[in-house]
Ligand binder design. Structure first.
Ligand code: BGC
Length: 768
């Protein structure tokens, strides 16, 4: 159904309504059903339903669902802004009796968020709607939520994003949103106070069901004295939920338990879910086959068990399917090459994105976390913009970020800010700096200058905050300045044994501080703030100088012997040009000393291969990319991963599973290598904002004999394919209309032309 947007003034005088039934911080309440019958003198010419909820809604008219979207109205900081949707409902209405209704789920508004108790934003879900119809006689009909609506509860006994959903089919209400339904036993709704928060039309992609994967049986238990179970494998770690079809005895309750991986004995490994119950319950109505999919919850899982008590022949499981949910960000990019494990890695990166782009860019979809972690988002954003169109998705999240910015200018570590885990107000280096990297990347990839315009003040305010609170002599997170030094090089395996790695926090902080100043100087120039531009440029130079004084020896060594320290110094151009090659060679030495393996964490990993290639060490970059031994990108792939693991050592043969307190198997951060595979292995890069100019920069290496990348840009499809054949490089290049492209060949290679007009080109490059 089409959605259109309308001005929020349509909600003037409309009342928020809710059920009188309410849960507590630890106890949930059944999902309320709300309804209202009304008459239309004739079928409308046009009709629009404007609707929102605090919580999630499923709206119905005359027994039919109004929308195919899930978890609407979505997640923002409801204390600051509440999104709403507008649906064209002309075809759902008719002359005569009609009914409009909604089911409300707790969602982020009053269900559990991360590790927190329920009711973070409010105590119960609320609903707000206005229906407007134009009738053939020119009259307008309008209906809005008010005290005359009726409410009851039904089969959804609990609906919680973290804990799961419980549904008792014996309590189904029948055709509750049909006009003829008798609601005389329903209660009057409670009219709630207006929260006094701005309502904004949703302009970003909503969550939808995206794919359906069949669940295949992979184990069962039929012992007479124990609960029965049937175990299923979707073959893919997903974010979503199950849809089951079963036949069985009335009153039998099934528990649907979800897990990402299996223990060595084949049982579900659920310890890493922490306090997330991630379990749904379904009580059978009995009789014919019954099909059920929860409505207001999701889980991160590949395996599931359907458990129940009773005789094993009491239950027939007819089908089990995995419903994949994520924000509706259409697929735009494809990468493949001659290396099957790298193709599986690409698959895993893409599924990491699918699994974690749900309303906000989350860290993981399974445990009691699922928060909009700023660091993870900035680490992955370049890769994300290739695989899917995430323009609208990030526009929305960057608005959330502006909403979350503290009065002092601080940017929190998670957005929307929930104050989870006692987290500080400032996200710290590489986390809060998402405020610079994300809008800058969106500008580069989609040519959207407005995103920089909208975000400029936020960036400038953050820099002022740093200057005041975190910086001493242009060094950020200076140990002699009190305060939070950030998450460090999170989950690095650099030999320090620390969860935040051994790279000093002032080094990381200052490197990103310089990068921020550089982005701001470029942004100010683009926005014609020339005074500001010079100010930020001067600041950048001062930071670079301070970095050199503190962390770079005259010979070009870095005063911290971690790969990440070298990677940052090189990637952000913080070492003098004359010693750059020395710095790079030392990085290679560190990698060699580590057995030709990486040791970087969240902070260094995205830039590692870029830096090696840019400093003439493509061979080392490929060595790391193709490394199959632990730690490496291909180690999880070799061990059956279908998504990117949170930790290099999420599981190892020697130690088994990592600490259950932090061991997600669907965290996209290390998938940031996708950006290098596309831009350097295949060789496709935006040379001007929005791919107005394209750079083809293939860098064959390692054992690869061919690679290709295709991308749907705002101008049309661009593509590169290369193949090494008889000492030549065969190239096929597609340049969209209205753009131009440049071909940059590896050193020592040449081709008949390097400047390419729109169209498709077949070229041959030769050495010498
Ligand atoms: C999250 C991360 C996040 C980190 C901060 C973790 O609990 O899952 O991905 O960036 O905390 O250090």
């Amino acid at each position: 159904m089409n959605t259109s947007t309308a001005d929020a003034s349509i909600f003037r005088d409309v009342r928020w309504i809710a059920s009188p039934v309410v849960g507590g911080p630890r106890t949930s309440a059944p999902a309320p059903y709300l309804r209202k019958s009304f008459r239309l003198t004739s079928a409308p010419l046009r009709a629009c339903l404007h609707v929102t909820a605090l919580g999630c809604y499923q709206a119905e008219i005359n027994g039919q669902s109004v929308h195919d979207t899930v978890f609407v109205p979505g997640w923002t900081d409801y204390r600051v802004r509440i999104p709403y949707q507008s649906y064209d409902v002309t075809n759902l209405l008719r002359g005569g009796d009609n009914a409009l209704g909604a089911i409300l789920g707790d969602g982020w508004y009053c269900g559990h968020i991360a590790e927190k108790d329920r009711q973070f934003y409010g105590d119960r879900p609320r609903f707000l709607a206005r229906l407007e119809a134009t009738l053939p006689d020119g009259q307008t009909f309008s209906l809005a939520t008010d005290g005359s609506w009726k409410t009851t509860t039904g089969p959804i006994l609990q609906s919680d994003l973290i804990m799961g959903e419980s549904y008792d089919a014996r309590l189904e209400l029948g055709p509750w949103s049909s006009p003829a339904f008798d609601d005389s036993a329903w209660l009057p709704v409670r009219v709630e106070a207006d929260p006094g928060v701005s309502l904004v039309a949703q302009t970003w992609p909503p969550v939808r069901r995206q794919e359906i994967l069949p669940g295949r049986p992979c184990g069962q238990q039929n012992l007479p004295w124990a609960p029965k179970f049937h175990r299923f494998d979707l073959g893919q770690n997903i974010t979503g939920r199950l849809r089951i079809s079963v036949r069985g005895k009335r009153g039998t309750t099934l528990s649907l338990v979800h897990a990402e991986v299996l223990n060595p004995d084949g049982s579900l490994y659920t310890e890493n879910l922490r306090s997330a119950r991630a379990t749904d319950h379904y009580t059978l109505r009995g009789g014919d086959a019954e099909t059920w999919e929860p409505r207001f919850t999701f889980h991160g899982f590949r395996y599931a068990e359907i458990r129940w008590q009773g005789q094993s022949d009491d239950l027939e499981i007819l089908s089990v399917e995995g419903i994949v949910l994520h924000s509706d960000t259409p697929r735009t990019g494809h990468f493949s090459c001659s290396h099957p494990l790298l193709n599986q890695l690409t698959h895993n990166i893409l599924w990491g994105q699918k699994g974690n782009f749900l309303e906000v860019p989350t860290d993981c979809p399974q445990r009691d976390e699922r928060l909009g972690w700023t660091g993870d988002a900035q680490v992955f954003i370049r890769t994300a913009t290739f695989f899917m169109d995430v323009h609208g998705f990030f526009r929305k999240w960057l608005q959330d970020m502006r909403d979350a910015q503290g009065t002092a200018g601080d940017i929190p570590p998670v957005i929307p800010h929930t104050g989870s885990f006692g987290l500080p107000g400032d996200g710290g280096p590489a986390w809060a700096d998402a405020a610079f990297i994300c809008p800058w990347t969106i500008y580069q990839r989609y040519g959207d200058l407005d995103i920089l315009r909208d975000h400029y003040d936020c960036m400038a305010r953050y820099m002022a905050y740093l200057e005041k609170e975190k910086v001493l002599g242009f060094i950020r997170c200076h140990p002699e300045k009190d305060g939070w030094g950030g998450f460090g090089d999170w989950l690095a395996l650099d030999g320090s044994g620390r969860i935040d790695g051994g790279t000093p926090k002032d080094l990381i902080g200052t490197a990103f501080y310089a990068h921020n100043a550089d982005i701001l100087a470029q942004t100010a120039k683009l926005l014609d703030h020339s005074d500001d531009a010079s100010r930020w440029r001067a600041l950048h130079q001062n930071i670079v100088q301070a970095f050199r004084n503190r962390f770079v020896t005259p010979d070009g060594l870095i005063a911290a012997g971690t790969q990440t320290a070298y990677v940052l110094a090189l990637h952000f151009h913080l070492v003098p040009e004359v010693v750059r090659s020395v710095t790079a060679r030392q990085l290679v030495r560190l990698i060699e000393l580590n057995g030709w393996k990486l040791g970087t964490g969240f902070v260094g990993t995205p830039y590692l291969l870029h830096v090696l290639e840019a400093t003439g060490h493509l061979d080392v970059a490929y060595r790391l990319l193709e490394q199959e031994a632990f730690p490496s990108w291909l180690f999880p792939v070799k061990n059956g991963a279908t998504t990117i693991w949170e930790r290099w050592d999420g599981w190892t043969p020697e130690k088994g599973f990592q600490d259950k307190g932090m061991n997600s198997f669907n965290h996209y951060a290390y998938g940031a290598v996708g950006d290098w595979m596309v831009s350097t292995v295949a060789g496709l890069e935006a040379a001007a904002p929005g791919y107005k100019e394209i750079l083809f920069k293939p860098r064959p290496g390692g054992s690869l004999t061919h690679a290709e990348a295709r991308l749907h840009t705002p101008h049309g499809e661009t593509a590169i394919r290369w193949e090494l054949k008889d000492q030549t490089l065969q190239l096929q290049l597609t340049v969209p209309q209205g753009t131009m492209a440049t071909l940059s060949l590896p050193p020592g290679w040449s081709a008949s032309k390097t400047s390419l007009e729109p169209g498709t080109h077949a070229l041959q490059a030769v050495k010498g």
